[in-house]
Ligand binder design. Structure first.
Ligand code: ATP
Ligand code: MG
Length: 590
């Protein structure tokens, strides 16, 4: 059964409350300040009413008690201001702490989430959930804790004091009030779906801007700008539309409640006048009552305004908190601290990203420690996918991978990843100094270690020519070439020196010389001059670079169609020989 939007909202509210709870003390403090400031502002009309009663007419003014009333009034006004200020501080603090926690959980869920979740959601949208949506929650909490609290206290207090002055008038006011609340409830229910839509479209907008900013060179190259503008414009317009609908809907609340409040005011005035004519009420009482009736209107309007804000916040909260609930990738592995030796066996493995569309089919492979395995094949044949499975980014649908004879699903993911050093197809640089980038996997590495790794990766010359050497701040954007990025990634792996290695070579953008350098650096890693040979997997596009591999796998449409050494495969005259000769005659294997 589908949940109604009210049920969904209260579920989100419940989840949000879990985050507010640890900071409940601050909320209570805010509430206390709200009560005090509301009580002070409630007493002001009473004091004014009394003052009116001390001014009976010309020559009949009681100055002494009047003066005390005036001082009292001043004290009340100061109290209102001070406690309102304190209330805001407490509420802001509670809100920021709550949102910080929700953000923290959202982020840590993101970093442990299955890759399929990240791949399946827009990256900009995920980022929006941690930024704009989280901020919206904080706005909601502040408004809820300040205006909602004072509003409720004022409404209750006003009623109580009015009853004291004249129960009949109070009763009339109380009877008409629910109308106003009912109207705002109806409107709020109707507008929730627009607020949810608003949050969602806002995420999309974020996503689109990020995509365009991230690939501005492509945008320019393909003359995509007008289409980008159009597509952005559509989303922008959609955001305007649901934003408008949401505010339009909720803006109905204010006029309708105001109308009802004006009605309440009129009724109180007329009834007060009638009682006064009968001599049952003093002029001061009427003054107090009318001030109350007026004061009564304000918090109700405010409350309804807050309800709008809370709607937006709840919709945003759902998006942020959904993030925090993403389950980490399942890991039933029990082997934790083992250093893997580099023996890998794959038996009858099948894998698909989308069910029913297998990308790898019935793969069998045995790799002894110290073997350098090269994987070649047409683009899209599943090379990177095979590597994703070796790294346990994904698990096989059927069949097994064994590390040193242990079923891979029994080895914890973190343990598998510690065993591999990888340089991926889209090698990754984060914003930071070159040194930090190289020492990513070993932050406590010494200066000498970092330099030695850079030297071994043949990137030291380039780094030294940078304006600040190892302290130059680089990022994943422009200013550093694909090949240089890969070399920095190789240096990163060199520093950690894991027992198994993966190199998924960038398809293009690398010139032959850099490619050779990457290859040499990688060879040095795999087969250190005085050390044990490592197990390595190399995805190579230029076959000349993998001639010396111990085992070459030729893949086609997710299957291994040929395997053997370079010489064996050449003499067999199959797919590999064909590929190699094609590249050779094209002069690629210089
Ligand atoms: P290249 O030489 O271009 O790097 P590849 O052999 O590494 O190619 P893979 O990246 O393994 O190819 O992709 C194999 C197939 O799986 C492709 O058809 C691709 O479209 C598909 N694929 C890759 N990643 C995903 C994903 N996250 N979700 C769904 N399908 C995917
Ligand atoms: Mg690939």
């Amino acid at each position: 059964m589908k949940k109604t939007s009210a049920e969904k909202q209260s579920a989100t509210l419940g989840r949000l409350m879990k985050y507010v709870k640890p900071h409940a003390l601050l909320v209570v403090a805010a509430f206390f300040c709200a009560v005090v400031s509301a009580a002070a502002s409630l007493f002001a009309p009473v004091v004014i009413g009394e003052s009116v009663n001390y001014i009976m007419g010309a020559g009949a003014v009681y100055y002494k008690p009047l003066a005390t009333r005036i001082v009292l009034l001043a004290v009340l006004i100061v109290a209102v201001l001070v406690f309102q200020w304190l209330m805001n501080i407490f509420a802001q603090r509670a809100a920021h702490l709550t949102v910080r926690d929700a953000r923290r959980d959202g982020f840590s869920a993101l970093v442990t989430a299955p890759l399929s979740y990240i791949d399946g959601n827009g990256h900009g949208d995920l980022a929006a959930r941690l930024s704009v949506d989280a901020d919206q929650i904080s706005d909601g909490i502040v408004q809820g804790a300040t205006q909602l609290f004072t509003g409720i206290v004022t409404v209750i207090g006003t009623l109580a004091l009015m009853i004291r002055i004249n129960p009949w008038i109070a009763l009339a006011v109380a009877a008409l009030t629910p109308l106003s609340l009912f109207v705002s409830f109806l409107v709020a229910r109707g507008s929730h779906k627009y607020f949810s839509a608003q949050s969602k479209v806002r995420g999309e907008l974020y996503q689109k801007s990020e995509e365009i900013i991230g690939s501005r060179a492509l945008v320019a190259a393909y003359g995509y700008a007008p289409r980008a503008e159009q597509s952005f414009g559509e989303t922008n317009e959609a955001l305007r539309r649901c934003g408008f609908k949401a505010t339009f809907y909720s803006s109905l609340v204010n006029p309708s409640t105001r109308l009802i409040n004006a009605l309440v005011y009129a009724v109180a005035a007329v009834m007060g006048a009638v009682f006064a004519i009968d001599g049952k009420m003093s002029a001061g009482d009427i003054a107090t009552l009318l001030l109350f009736a007026n004061q009564f209107a304000r918090p109700i309007n405010e409350i309804t305004g807050v309800i709008t804000e809370l709607q937006t916040s709840l919709a945003a909260a759902k998006r942020t908190l959904d993030l925090a609930e993403v389950k980490p990738q399942q890991d039933s592995g029990t082997v934790k601290d083992k250093t893997l030796g580099g023996d890998i066996a794959i038996t009858d493995m099948t894998f698909s990203y989308t069910p029913g569309k297998p990308i790898l089919k019935n793969l069998n492979l045995a790799v002894k420690p110290g073997t350098m395995v090269a994987i070649v094949g047409r683009t899209g044949c599943g090379k990177t996918t095979l590597i994703n499975l070796l790294m346990r980014f994904y698990d096989p649908d059927s069949g097994k991978i064994y590390f040193d004879g242990i079923d891979s699903t029994d080895v914890q993911r973190s343990c598998v990843r510690k065993g591999f050093g990888m340089v991926l197809q889209d090698s990754w640089i984060f914003k930071g100094t070159v040194r930090e980038n190289i020492a990513y996997g070993k932050p406590d590495a010494s200066e000498d270690e970092v330099k030695a790794a850079a030297k071994a990766a043949h990137i030291d010359g380039f780094i030294e020519r940078l304006p600040n050497g190892y302290d130059t701040v680089i990022d994943d954007g422009d200013g550093i070439s694909q090949g240089q990025k890969q070399l920095i990634n190789i240096a990163r792996v060199m520093l950690v020196n894991p027992p198994m290695l993966i190199l998924d070579e960038a398809t293009s953008n690398i010139d032959t010389r850099t490619e050779r350098r990457v290859q040499e650096a990688f060879d040095a890693l795999l087969r250190p001059e005085n050390g044990v040979k490592k197990t390595g997997f190399v995805v190579a596009h230029r076959l000349s670079t993998i001639k010396n591999a111990d085992l070459i796998l030729v893949m086609d449409s997710g299957e291994i169609v040929e395997r053997g050494t370079h010489d064996e495969l050449l003499s067999r005259g199959g797919v590999y020989a064909e590929l190699y000769n094609a590249q050779f005659s094209a002069g690629l294997s210089v």
